[in-house]
Write a protein that binds this ligand. Sequence first.
Ligand code: ADP
Ligand code: MG
Ligand code: MG
Length: 252
Amino acid sequence: MATLEINDLHVTVETDGGPTEILRGVDLTVKQGETHAIMGPNGSGKSTLAYSLAGHPKYTVTGGSVKLDGEDVLEMSVDERARAGVFLAMQYPVEVPGVSVSNFLRTSATAIRGEAPKLRTWVKEVREAMERLSIDPAFAERNVNEGFSGGEKKRHEILQLELLKPQFAILDETDSGLDVDALRVVSEGVNRVREGGDVGTLLITHYTRILRYIKPDFVHVFAKGRIAESGGAELADKLEEEGYEEYVKGGA
Ligand code: ADP
Ligand code: MG
Ligand code: MG
């Protein structure tokens, strides 16, 4: 089983006032098969962690390490990370003009698997995955994210997750903006992928709501650019009652 190991990760982002440190020593180990919820107040650096793991060029790693089975992830290009099995579902997925969902998925699968999936089985695989997520078949021919509703974007993320089968999935605010029905469909998709047994999931969220559908093995409170506390699922219940106040008060 693969292990993703984040050690004392420090990351800065370029702002008008020069480089600003956002991640201040993140330590986290995720094994395949485990689900970790990362919860924290807005602006604590959760998305910065997700983007840094995916290799977004805006974020500069100034210290620490990220290793996938001992291999240095930070040395890998974005594509190499995807091929190595690290998948990021974006909080604000970008539009890809002129590229249909169907082509986008096949191109991604080809990049990750190293060869194009056989067309006939692939079409069937996509159709079945879409059915499970209650996605209209016509959706496959639409351009990626063009005019997608919030719920369609999230379903599309989970569709990618189901079809691309990464070793590690980073889901950033997958629950935001979903109504209860869409939340259930999306959560069921995540749970199906989990039941496959070989995905390690980082479920990043501000709210505890999605944790009623997806039971995490570990909960981490993220505050001021690092993990302030870790525990089991019961920590989410405490956060639901008490909020994040105790973690944000006081100086940096
Ligand atoms: P969260 O996802 O927990 O809400 P973010 O990682 O989005 O937090 O942001 C953490 C902090 O870093 C915020 O103060 C935010 O303004 C800043 N930040 C993040 N990304 C950028 C960026 N690309 N440019 C400037 N500031 C950024
Ligand atoms: Mg440090
Ligand atoms: Mg965020």
